[in-house]
Design a protein around this ligand. Structure first.
Ligand SMILES: [Zn+2]
Length: 268
């Protein structure tokens, strides 16, 4: 599932590729993938692409815009190649006046593009409902957050309403970096541990951004290129492989329904 670094990568590329383009028409190949009335976006010029958590927004020269979410397997590809034109899982094609096309491709069909009447208002609605990103949280705010909950720390950092943008990959790797067992009750974290974890979250997300994200599953960026963070996973999906610090075998447990990978020796 695309996480913050992957969605941010796509946002930056879309800003280069479609800002200034005028929407000619929207071709819907699968009803479920396009919400709202696509005619409202025809003739509108894209002026800005923004991101809130994992939501992407296409703002136009009028109020009408688009909210998009990739969910599990979504892709937004800007290309003229034949591959996505004929791909089975291409769900929506946005045609621009100059001939450019944006393909919304999605195997599982949980992702969507939604035509919204007021994209700025929709953006602020989303902003209010989700937590801050690790870069915007202060150490004190993060500590306060952890002390409020007794559930496992890993569940807390995955809860988008509390902290936004962290998904399973980066949560696992950050907990390993901070040497914290994913099952630890959040409110058992000491101030020093909370500080380390917040720094670790920022570090792994920055690494994700620098490598263009993780393509261990179906993720590719807007240019149809894979990221390379999967080549440097710290613990994620490394069950049975040696810990990069102590050589002990990485173990897997399920925490809050999600596969969790950790070093039983390093993480307490
Ligand atoms: Zn270890």
């Amino acid at each position: 599932m695309p996480e913050l670094p992957e969605v941010e990568t796509i946002k930056k590329q879309l800003a280069d590729l479609v800002v200034g383009e005028v929407v000619e028409r929207v071709e819907v190949r699968r009803e479920k993938s396009l919400r709202g009335d696509s005619r409202l976006i025809e003739g509108r010029k894209i002026i800005e692409i923004t991101r809130v958590g994992k939501y992407l927004f296409f703002h136009t020269d009028k109020r009408t815009g688009i909210e998009g979410h990739l969910k599990m397997t979504g892709r937004m590809i800007v290309a003229n190649g034949k591959e996505y034109e004929t791909a089975k899982h291409t769900r929506v094609v946005m045609h621009f006046r100059g001939g450019k096309k944006l393909y919304f491709w999605d195997v599982r069909v949980f992702g969507y593009l939604e035509i919204v009447y007021d994209s700025r208002q929709q953006e602020s609605k989303r902003t209010q409902k989700i937590g801050k990103e690790p870069w915007d949280l202060t150490h004190a705010e993060f500590l306060t957050l952890t002390q409020r909950y007794a559930r496992p720390i890993k569940n807390l950092i995955l809860d988008q309403a509390l902290i936004s943008g962290v998904g399973n990959i980066y949560a696992n790797d950050a907990l390993w970096k901070a040497r914290i067992d994913p099952r630890r009750p959040a409110n058992s974290l000491k101030m020093s541990e909370a500080k380390l974890l917040l720094l670790a979250l920022r570090e792994v997300l920055e690494r994700g951004l620098a490598t263009g994200g993780a393509s261990d599953n179906s993720y590719v960026d807007a240019l149809n290129k894979r990221g390379s963070y999967q080549d440097e996973f710290l613990v994620y999906r490394r069950t049975g492989e040696p810990c990069l610090v102590c050589q002990n075998k990485i173990a897997r447990v399920v925490v809050g329904g999600r596969g969790s990978f950790y070093c039983p020796r390093c993480q307490k």
